[in-house]
Design a protein around this ligand. Structure first.
Ligand code: GDP
Length: 303
């Protein structure tokens, strides 16, 4: 989604890759997806499209359901229609493999910890509810049409190009800006929330491994280690020699109508079956995000 995005510099400012050819399509528009799939004839499809910022999902709940939930169904329908697949005419060899970005937000008000592929869902936001719809739609297309369609249930994964509205990037940008004397405070919501945060690059590797499996199956990807927002802030500020308590203001307006208090992955299945494990630690990820924002903000100051 373009609406509400920060300027390219803050979002990472990457130049387009000349080897990537862009073909447009819209998760709200079935015909555009059919046309795109027909034109590209892909081997693999990764559906990462979503309205993905949880607080916005309360304000735009119907749009979230349409894009984040129904968008999955439309993408699968596009593959089914272009492939000529029906319940009695299942996919032949060479049909595209489909990856769906499911989310740990589906676990929401957790029923057990750590969470694995069999943990029941209890989503806590319109975003989480829409992701559950997408997740079961993938399962249903696999069972109804024998399509190679899988969901990766990914826990929070971050990098220097994360949107600045998410807490990790909001904190790394603030720590860098305060260090450079560009501002002096940071407003945050719930400091007690705990997440299993990993580095996005590790997770993309896991996604590719899932589509390389012999049989389509869902996998949880996460580190198995949990930290609070408070720990995240403390670590990011300490990295630039600052004491977070002198700069952070808790703003009740940033609290959510329903919160996901704790997420912690059990990635045992991915480790055993995919040979996947994350390489970049939480501490390394925070350091590389803060360092990247220090460079970004110093460059833009001198530009
Ligand atoms: P999410 O897990 O997909 O919702 O990822 P976020 O990065 O948006 O939020 C992670 C956690 O940080 C949630 O429990 C938020 O309530 C908490 N949090 C605390 N303060 C903030 C804030 O200022 N912005 C965001 N985005 N999250 C915050």
């Amino acid at each position: 989604m373009i609406r509400g995005q920060a300027p390219p510099a803050v979002r990472g400012g990457r130049r387009p890759n000349p080897e990537v050819r862009l073909v447009s399509g819209d998760l709200l528009d079935q015909a555009s997806l059919v046309a795109a799939v027909d034109q590209v004839r892909p081997d693999e499809v990764y559906n990462l499209g979503a309205l993905s910022y949880v607080p916005i999902s309360w304000r735009q709940s119907a749009t979230t359901a349409e894009i984040t939930g129904m968008g999955v169904l439309r993408m699968l329908e596009a593959l089914r229609i272009v492939g000529g697949i029906t319940a009695s005419r299942t996919p032949g060899p060479g049909q595209p493999r489909f990856y769906q970005a499911s989310s740990s937000e589906m676990f929401g008000k957790i029923r057990e910890t750590p969470q694995n592929e069999l943990t029941p869902f209890h989503p806590r936001s319109p975003y989480g509810v829409a992701k559950v719809f997408g997740h079961y739609t993938v399962q249903n297309y696999r069972e109804s049409y024998d399509m190679f369609a899988v969901s990766g249930i990914l826990f929070n994964h971050e990098s220097p190009v994360r949107g600045p509205e998410f807490v990790t990037r909001k904190v790394s940008l603030a720590a860098a800006a305060i260090k450079l004397g560009l501002r002096d405070s940071l407003r945050l919501g719930n400091l007690e929330a705990e997440r299993d945060w990993g580095f996005a690059g590790d997770y993309v590797r896991g996604m590719v491994l899932m589509l390389g499996q012999e049989k389509p199956e869902d996998f949880v990807l996460g580190t198995g280690v949990t930290h609070s927002v408070r720990e995240l802030v403390s670590m990011a500020f300490a990295h630039v020699g600052l004491d977070w308590r002198e700069h952070v203001v808790v703003d009740p307006a940033l609290l959510r109508p329903a919160e996901v208090d704790l997420l912690c992955a059990d990635p045992a299945k991915a480790r055993e079956r995919l040979g996947w494990k994350p390489v970049v630690s939480f501490e390394e990820m925070i350091a590389l995000m803060v360092d990247s924002d220090l460079r970004l903000l110093s460059d833009s100051r001198h530009a």
